[in-house]
Design a protein around this ligand. Structure first.
Ligand code: CA2
Length: 151
């Protein structure tokens, strides 16, 4: 099982730390990436970290991950609630998928309560702030370790 994981971020997450800190906190996406890279080193994972405002780019990264990655952490942003295409792409990926939201989407508007991605995700985390990314990585590392041990 590959120890390479992809962390994929959807639209507007490039603005993290620059707007709406009351919802998304003060850390920038670069801060989150640095934290994830430190966690990856501790967990002996290799990491590819991406963000895009374009649905097709996220789909292309999921396709790229299909042949090489042991797991995906995805915060699809607003595509969570709209994108059958991202769900379809994730359904072609065989290794574990963690869906991660910085805010507690269930405490927010009703349209955020439904997630297409949750139909595929092996785990979902919401409302843990940016710490949710590292928690998702720990879960992926555990699943990768367990799979390796049982092989
Ligand atoms: O809580 C999350 O992580 C979300 O996936 C974030 C999405 C939102 O549409 C989802 O419902 C929940 C929005 C990302 C927007 O990120 C911004 C960050 C800073 C300033 C403005 C937007």
């Amino acid at each position: 099982m590959s120890r390479l994981i992809f962390i994929l971020n959807g639209p507007n997450l490039n603005l993290l730390g620059k707007r709406q800190p009351q919802i998304y906190g003060h850390e920038t996406l670069a801060d989150v990436e640095a934290t994830c890279r430190r966690a990856a080193a501790e967990l002996k994972l290799e990491l590819r970290f991406h963000q895009s405002n374009r649905e097709y780019e996220i789909i292309d990264w999921i396709h790229e991950a299909r042949d090489i990655a042991g797991g995906i952490v995805i915060n699809p942003g607003a595509f969570t609630h709209t994108s059958v295409a991202i769900l379809d792409a994730l359904n072609t990926f065989d290794a574990p998928v963690m869906e991660c939201h910085i805010s507690n989407v269930h405490k927010r508007e009703a349209f955020r309560h439904h997630s297409y991605v949750s139909l595929r995700a092996d785990g979902v985390i919401a409302g843990f702030g940016t710490q949710g990314y590292v928690l998702s990585m720990h879960r992926l590392a555990r699943l990768i370790d367990e799979k390796a041990a049982s092989a």
